[in-house]
Design a protein around this ligand. Structure first.
Ligand code: FE2
Ligand code: FE2
Length: 276
């Protein structure tokens, strides 16, 4: 049996009335699903998107602009990682936490491949906890205010970082909410993984090097002390039960699921409409 790789695909929506917001982007697909739909409608680079990528949920004809095997890329990156000396270096601490978060992402992908919804429920809660602590508390409450003091145009950068954090968490919440209905939404989790990896790359390669240049020893100590303090105070939430909910919540979830399925089946049949 051929091995199945996880692909990161840069796409362009080919639907003539596709709105600007979902016209281009990145998604994740298994190589077998991608290869079997490649050549869709007789076009060489066209394929059919999974449900949930188009913001209305329909499957659309997409052009594959760039395709990368993420599994192999991850292995290369992992081999190249050096363990930083963490003592007293706030940037090394944050970069090391990035490596830990990337490892949890690897596990999430493994669970996705196996369609193990309970393992996904637990692993995505781990990501949520770590992103809340690392990004929400350490970066936003401790590091970013210092950046604003240090750099005249720091506020613009701070806005970009905060915006990324909001996007990642909102995708994570949406994915976990769908799991409560029994759905593993590949579109949403794929977008979350792409956003989080991209964000970490941006911080490691651009943002942190800007901050690092301006740090004297006293500021480094202030940052490390501040990060240690939020670490001590932070309480990680347990994943809890995915399925145990009140009767009213379950009824609403069942109705929502039935309605979504009806709409998607109908749209698949007619293959009409994108975001209009
Ligand atoms: Fe970060
Ligand atoms: Fe961040």
């Amino acid at each position: 049996m051929p091995s199945v790789n996880r692909l990161e695909i840069k796409y362009r929506c080919l639907h003539p009335s596709c709105c600007v917001n979902c016209r281009e982007g990145y998604l994740w697909m298994d190589s077998d699903a991608f290869n079997s739909s490649l050549g869709y409608n007789g076009e060489k680079d066209a394929f059919r998107s999974p449900r949930g990528i188009c913001r209305m949920g329909f499957r659309q004809p997409f052009k594959a602009v760039k395709v990368e095997v993420r599994e192999a890329a991850r292995k290369d990156a992992a081999e190249g990682v050096e363990q930083p000396d963490l003592l007293g270096d706030p940037i090394a601490i944050l970069m090391n936490e990035h490596r830990q978060i990337l490892k949890i992402l690897d596990r999430v992908e493994e669970h996705l491949r196996k369609r193990d919804i309970d393992a996904l429920w637990a692993a995505t809660k781990e990501i949520e906890n770590e992103v809340n602590l690392h990004s929400g508390r350490k970066e936003e409450e401790v590091v970013l205010p210092v950046l604003c003091e240090m750099m005249p145009l720091g506020e613009g950068l701070v806005m970009i970082i905060r915006e990324d954090h909001r996007e990642i968490l909102s995708l994570l919440y949406a994915f976990r909410s769908a799991m409560q209905d029994g759905d593993i939404n590949d579109g949403i989790i794929g977008s979350m993984i792409v956003s989080l990896r991209g964000h970490i790359r941006k911080e490691d390669n651009e943002f942190f090097s800007l901050v690092e240049k301006g740090l004297d020893e006293e500021t480094k100590k202030r940052l490390v002390d501040g990060m240690n303090k939020v670490e001590r105070e932070f309480v990680r939430e347990p994943a809890g039960s995915r399925t145990v909910r009140t009767e009213a919540q379950m009824l609403a979830a069942a109705q929502r699921k039935a309605m979504n399925e009806d709409v998607l089946d109908l749209k698949d049949l007619t293959n009409s409409g994108c975001c209009h």
